[in-house]
Design a protein around this ligand. Structure first.
Ligand code: SF4
Ligand code: SF4
Length: 131
């Protein structure tokens, strides 16, 4: 009789991406921005987050815009369609501890998933916001 006991495969940095079916790291871009300080800065950020799939966060490296649009080259099976000519930023991306292990949001100090959450923050941070 053939044994049906599943073999437990150890996930390593060498094989991890092969198990990652949604390739989360290929589904967004980030862009560093100057940290907003004034009302005008936050007003500008509110405009940016009024657009679909645009979010913002702050972590130990500063403030970033997060644009949640998948790369055109990610294939249905999660593989890169231009693997051998992929941009440098993709080559340098480490999978040591990535979104396969934990959501990126876990390391954010601040996270605004859209216009409403940023507006709430502005109202708290600035007295008489919008008046
Ligand atoms: S780097 Fe991480 S998130 Fe990206 S494909 Fe590999 S395992 Fe998935
Ligand atoms: S070029 Fe390839 S590795 Fe880079 S984000 Fe697109 S699918 Fe992912």
């Amino acid at each position: 009789m053939v044994s049906r006991i599943p073999v437990k495969v150890e996930i390593t940095t060498e094989n991890k991406c092969g198990f990652c079916t949604n390739s989360k790291c290929c589904t967004y871009i980030t862009q560093k921005i100057n940290g907003p300080r004034s009302r005008d800065d936050f007003d500008h950020l509110l405009w940016q987050l009024s657009h679909e799939n645009v979010q913002a966060y702050k972590d130990e490296d500063g403030w970033f815009l997060l644009v949640n649009n998948a790369c055109k080259h990610v294939q249905k099976d999660g593989r890169c369609g231009i693997y051998f000519t992929r941009p440098q930023v993709c080559r340098e991306h480490s999978n040591d501890y990535c979104e396969y292990d934990a959501p990126a949001e876990d390391s954010f100090d601040l996270f605004f998933d859209g216009y409403e959450s940023l507006l709430k923050y502005c109202r708290k941070r600035f007295k008489n916001w919008g008046k």
